[in-house]
Design a protein around this ligand. Structure first.
Ligand SMILES: [Zn+2]
Length: 240
């Protein structure tokens, strides 16, 4: 019995071994959300897939629908994001992005916007390294999910000067009198305004410093909180 086939483009998020010669490939597809699929015989030296299904690969696929797992029938390279692999910085950035997307994306739930953002950031990483590439991606993804912190005035009293703290649970920045959450420097606040205010290019040009480190810390914490909340919500729905 022939199984129904479908085509899609995807980024490989991760892979793991299955049996003697196969691998399960976890993909973020453009139209089918996160998909787990088997690549049969991929661990044999004669495999028709070659190295096209490594993490970060951008591939055009023909898949056969399976009862539990789909099966990859064909895989063609869309564009090489290969420079990633030769540079440790690029690799680390790429892996951080893949991990976050793997946790954010839901199986079989189309997320074309997330797919496009992922391809975009991997292209950026392949071309240029930079301390704010990944933090900027995190903030952009969070903004797309509706989490857009207030950065211009204190979320409690409206004060616009002397903003010293950042508390995402409160919705953004706070003044000295109202402060809660983590301290934030003027320079880090300005970098976040660049990222979320349409000046991404300027933000990506900021060299590594305590400021970029600070922005990265805020971005990572925000992403972790969001993923935790999301996982809790999903498991709540799954119980019903
Ligand atoms: Zn205030």
């Amino acid at each position: 019995m022939a199984r129904p086939l479908y085509r899609d483009v995807a980024v490989v998020l991760r892979t793991y071994k299955l049996g003697e010669a196969d691998r399960i490939v976890v993909l973020l597809t453009e139209h089918h959300g996160k998909v787990r699929a088997v690549a049969k015989g991929i661990r044999k030296t004669t495999s028709k897939f070659g190295a096209r299904l490594e993490p970060m690969s951008h591939v055009r696929l023909l898949l056969a629908e399976g009862r539990e797992l789909d099966v990859i029938s064909q895989a063609e390279c869309v564009d090489p994001l290969a420079p990633l692999v030769v540079d440790l910085d690029h690799l680390t950035n790429g892996i951080s992005v893949l991990e976050a997307v793997d946790q954010l994306a839901l199986e079989r739930e189309p997320a074309p916007h997330l797919y496009r953002m992922l391809v975009g950031v991997l292209r950026t990483i392949a071309q240029r390294s930079g301390p704010l590439v990944v933090p900027a991606f995190f903030w952009k993804v969070l903004a797309a999910e509706g989490i857009r912190p207030e950065l211009d005035h204190c979320v409690r009293c409206g004060e616009q000067a002397g903003l010293v703290a950042f508390d995402l649970d409160q919705g953004g920045v706070l003044c000295r009198a109202c402060r809660s959450g983590a301290p934030i420097s003027d320079a880090a606040l300005e970098a976040m305004r660049m990222i979320l205010g349409g000046r991404l290019h300027d933000a990506l040009a900021i060299p590594a410093s305590s400021v970029t480190h600070e922005v990265a810390g805020h971005a990572t914490r925000a992403m972790e909180h969001h993923i935790e909340r999301r996982l809790r919500t999903v498991s709540m729905f799954e119980r019903h």
